[in-house]
Unconditional design. Structure first.
Length: 194
């Protein structure tokens, strides 16, 4: 039947991404070869090449797939009024997007030099700046800009800093979000420059 290969191709692509990310995390991006990825998957190198020509292609595809929700969030945020409720909703949705992209963010944290050298490094920086623009006031004083940057970095750091701390993952996520809310609320409020 002509229609069946399509979903299988999607599954193979997904499996390649998962295995590659596993290997990148285990032994580092630079030390992982396409051959090792194909061996762990038990597919030929040609089958791997059908989907991805380079390791960077694999990494960029993982990044694009996991970051699509963040792109959509930025688009959504740009169409909303700049209320505190909107800003909190942006943080809430960003928290969910970070959670689903946790393996990728862990990899990026452990391979910062590599990520900086790849095209995705620039994209990550641009997305963070776009999110900060959505949660800070246009004419915000420097201290409030720092609070808004800090809110996002609190969310990023919270994923890593709290992973070894005892407790329920959902409670940790809520605690991180609460701190991010406090920072953005302080930056949003009248007289926040004090």
């Amino acid at each position: 039947m002509g229609g069946t290969p399509q979903p299988r191709r999607g599954n193979t692509r997904q499996r390649i991404q998962d295995v590659a990310l596993e290997l990148f995390a285990e032994q580092g991006y630079d030390k992982t070869s396409l051959r090792e990825i194909s061996e762990r998957l038990d597919v030929t190198k040609a089958a791997l090449y059908y989907h991805f020509k380079t390791k960077e292609d694999i990494l960029v595809s993982i990044f694009d797939d996991l970051n699509r929700p963040i792109e959509e969030l930025i688009e959504w945020g740009r169409g909303q009024p700049r209320t505190l409720e909107t800003k909190q909703e942006i943080l809430r949705r960003y928290s969910g997007a970070l959670e689903s992209a946790a393996p990728l963010f862990r990899f990026m944290q452990e391979n910062q030099a590599t990520v900086r050298d790849l095209s995705i490094g620039v994209t990550i920086k641009d997305r963070v700046l776009a999110l900060v623009d959505l949660i800070k006031e246009p004419d915000a004083p420097l201290t409030d800009q720092v609070r808004c940057f800090s809110a996002l970095f609190t969310m990023h750091a919270g994923m890593f800093a709290l992973k070894d701390v005892e407790g329920d993952p959902e409670d940790k996520r809520k605690a991180v979000l609460e701190v991010a809310f406090e920072l953005v609320t302080r930056a949003h409020g009248p007289g926040s420059a004090e």
